[in-house]
Design a binder for this molecule. Structure first.
Ligand code: RIB
Length: 309
């Protein structure tokens, strides 16, 4: 089987991770039990997830001319990810994120975009020959929305399927043409922001998925954390259960899901197989700490996803 060629356009952040008993509430100071500095950023996380799941991956993004930027690129090269189009950005520091993780593995994240906010449509034109070779293009929303919108248009022009993970999302995203994609994979909160349909149950998640299809997405996957995924194939929706694990850190579980899905869907063209595979990848990533260090291997994902076929 030929390995799928995945291009990720998105963010690279250095995550400063604080492990705390509980997340800080507004006005509260809590003490961290441990602090670490780990490579992250939704784009780069998805690139690592896809590479470890079996893809040949290229990353397009921006870093600052600083030590964090150098570490972020060097980490991607460990997984043979092509970083020729991770561009240095003068006068901007690399993206950073403060990631708080509590004793139950739940997190709260603040991102400072830094150089990620400087990725322009012109940068994508420069990298067009890389995008043109992709079997699938992966996008998220930690770069300017105008660049995401342009990436979708360019992919259509080049006839390359697009998968959008609409994270992090704000109402601002509704001003852009982001729904005309082959696959969209919001979590429940993101689905609610995008559609106005209240999140919470399988039933409401299925309604939100139908609405995203009505708005233009060919296929929609609403991820519901450890519960499962609503898969809407453009006609009907159904619920696929998650794999149960002992989660210690859910950071980047959604990124693991998106990267793994892109690989398996390109290989099999089967939404069900790809969803089981992606859901196993998300669950496995939650059993390890950190974003990129937690991405599972293809062998481990296959071993878990075979159980649910
Ligand atoms: O999805 C997790 C990621 O969100 C973290 O790695 C952090 O950098 C933010 O982008």
């Amino acid at each position: 089987m030929n390995r799928p060629r995945i291009v990720v356009i998105g963010s690279l952040n250095m995550d400063i991770v604080f492990e705390c008993e509980q997340l800080a509430s507004p006005g509260q100071t809590v003490l961290a039990e441990r602090t670490s500095q780990l490579p992250g950023g939704k784009g780069a996380n998805q690139a690592v997830a896809a590479a470890k799941a079996g893809g040949i991956v290229s990353m397009i993004g921006r870093i600052g001319e600083d030590a964090f930027g150098r570490q972020l690129v060097s980490n991607l090269t460990l997984y043979d990810i092509n970083t020729d189009h991770v561009m240095l950005t003068a006068d901007h520091s690399s993206g950073t994120a403060a990631v708080m993780v509590d004793a139950n593995g739940q997190n709260s994240i603040v991102v400072s975009a830094g150089a990620n906010a400087q990725l322009t449509p012109d940068d994508l034109d420069v990298a067009r020959h890389i995008i043109d070779q992709a079997d699938i293009l992966l996008l998220q929303l930690e770069i300017p929305l105008v660049t995401v919108e342009y990436a979708i248009e360019l992919a259509h022009h080049l006839q390359i399927p697009v998968m959008l993970d609409p994270a992090p999302v704000t109402a601002e995203a509704l001003k852009y043409k982001l729904f005309d994609v082959d696959l969209i994979c919001p979590n429940q909160t993101e689905a609610e922001t995008l559609t106005g349909v209240p999140s919470g149950t399988k039933e409401t998640a299925a309604i939100a998925a139908s609405e995203l299809v009505r708005l233009g997405a060919k296929t929609c996957l609403v991820t519901m954390s450890d519960k499962g995924t609503i898969l809407h194939d453009g006609t009907t929706s159904r619920f696929l259960e998650s794999h149960q694990v002992n989660a210690i850190d859910s950071t980047a579980a959604g990124d693991a899901f998106a990267g793994a899905f892109a690989v398996r869907f390109t290989e099999t063209k089967c939404l069900t197989l790809a969803t089981h595979f992606a859901s196993a990848a998300g669950a496995l990533s939650a059993t390890k700490r950190g974003a990129q260090p937690s991405m599972p291997t293809r062998e481990d994902i296959l071993a878990m996803s075979e159980l649910k076929k």
